[in-house]
Design a protein around this ligand. Structure first.
Ligand SMILES: [Zn+2]
Length: 434
């Protein structure tokens, strides 16, 4: 059975959702639980309800939307992603996978005959708070779904404005901007409500996430599709360097214990060291730094920065990170600056389901689509699910490899081909896998 997605409808949805942003002149800014989030949820829920689908929202505000033809007791094939963004992000990250799964939902709802012999149900899933823009922790919704996060984390996760995740969830009102469509679950955060956020993985047949690549590989190689096999793991440390704050004019260069110059040397040493990697896949990033007192005329006394190493090989992550820690300690010692290093977080590399990788590769080859089986340097909601259910990920090219910036883009033809490929894969999963 082949079905055709509706490219115009898909692009219309994406372009409408692009306007739901707090920064209209400067990319898409749509944080979880905010006004633009409510608008986007309302838009998607209304479309789904118009084709007779049923919507359920859990206490963390993850959404699941099922086809009217779904039958109780059957396992489910799920597809989806997230609708929140980073600040001044792009118009496709997350929402592309949601609109793709919505297009699959609408196409299947219009063609109930195509599901006559289906063995499984189909649902669209929207994971809440993926980017960590609100509470500093990524994939929050899917971490509650899998039980990595539990009730205590509702109080530990706190936004920049000092509001905890619990307070934020408690402050939501149920309706979207039209005052009619329920977009948030305000049923409270009882033990039972939180227990219901956890998925029963015995009922999950397959999880599929369609996403933009967010890197340069497919665009550079002129390919239109990526089938993900491995997801990078990472190890993150927090380094605090404490020197001596002093007057920026009166302190000679030979008598300084400058925490920021020390940090700069450490970060450049880490970069140079990781660049010696033979297969050029290990990456190191310092993305966050606090400087005290952060005044133009005072030598920085304290600098705190994050450093993360990622690779698909866990032994390489550990080896590089351990070597970087030795370098940092040596540099701090040489500069007579105090150094404290804390392990911040760690996640292991992940391999997605071979059966799905094989099936999708065969299908792409049969369609003559230029594709490759590839790693993902970024972690996605599907990676959380992958430990418990058969999981596949599909990438489409990001032009010039740009993402999390207003310039983020993908050609219309690639956008459409990715969604058609998702529909083909969903149909295959619904019918042929027992
Ligand atoms: Zn994303």
């Amino acid at each position: 059975m082949t079905l055709q997605t509706n490219e115009k409808r898909l692009l219309d949805n994406l372009h409408t959702l692009r306007t739901f942003t707090d920064t209209p002149q400067d990319g898409v800014t749509r944080f979880s639980y905010g006004t633009q989030d409510a608008r986007a949820r309302e838009y998607i829920i209304k479309r789904a309800e118009n084709c007779g689908c049923s919507v359920s929202i859990d206490a963390l505000q993850n959404i699941r939307i099922g086809l009217p033809t779904n039958k109780p007791g059957r396992k489910t094939v799920l597809s989806g992603s997230h609708i929140d963004t980073v600040r001044n992000g792009g118009w496709l990250d997350g929402i592309y996978g949601v609109c793709g799964a919505l297009e699959v939902l609408e196409t299947l709802a219009e063609n109930p005959d195509s599901l006559k012999d289906a063995s499984f149900n189909y649902e669209l899933v929207i994971f809440a708070e993926e980017e960590g823009s609100g509470f500093g922790s990524t994939m929050t919704g899917s971490k509650f779904i899998t039980g990595i996060y539990a009730e205590a984390d509702l109080d530990k996760l706190v936004s920049d404005t000092g509001m905890s995740l619990r307070q934020t969830l408690q402050s939501l009102s149920p309706y979207g901007p039209d005052g009619k469509t329920i977009v948030y679950n305000t049923g409270g955060l009882s033990q039972e409500a939180l227990q219901n956020v956890r998925w029963d993985f015995d009922q999950v047949q397959t999880m599929l996430e369609l996403h933009i690549e967010q890197g340069p590989v497919l665009d550079r190689e002129g390919l239109s599709l990526g089938i993900v096999d491995s997801i990078f793991g990472m190890r993150v440390i927090e380094v605090t360097l404490t020197g001596v704050g002093n007057h920026a004019g009166a302190t000679p260069m030979t008598e300084r214990y400058d925490a920021l110059c020390t940090a700069a040397e450490c970060i450049l040493a880490a970069e140079a060291h990781v660049k010696t990697d033979d297969d050029k896949r290990t990456v190191v990033t310092c993305g966050k730094m606090d400087i005290e007192p952060n005044c133009s005329n005072v030598i920085p006394e304290t600098v705190r920065f994050s450093l993360e190493v990622r690779d698909k090989d866990e032994t390489k992550i550990d080896r590089f990170m351990n070597e970087i820690i030795d370098l940092i300690v040596a540099i701090a010692e040489k500069r007579q600056v105090n150094c404290e290093i804390k392990e911040h977080s760690k996640s292991s590399p992940l391999h997605l389901t071979d059966r799905l990788i094989d099936a999708m590769s065969k299908h792409a080859a049969a369609l003559d689509l230029p594709y490759k089986v590839m790693d993902s340097g970024a972690v996605h909601d599907a990676c959380m699910i992958a430990k418990y259910a058969q999981t596949g990920m599909i990438f489409v090219p990001s032009i010039n490899g740009r993402s999390h910036v207003p310039e983020e883009n993908t050609n219309d033809a690639d956008i459409a081909a990715g969604v058609q490929f998702l529909l083909d894969t969903v149909l295959h999963e619904l019918h042929e896998v027992k």
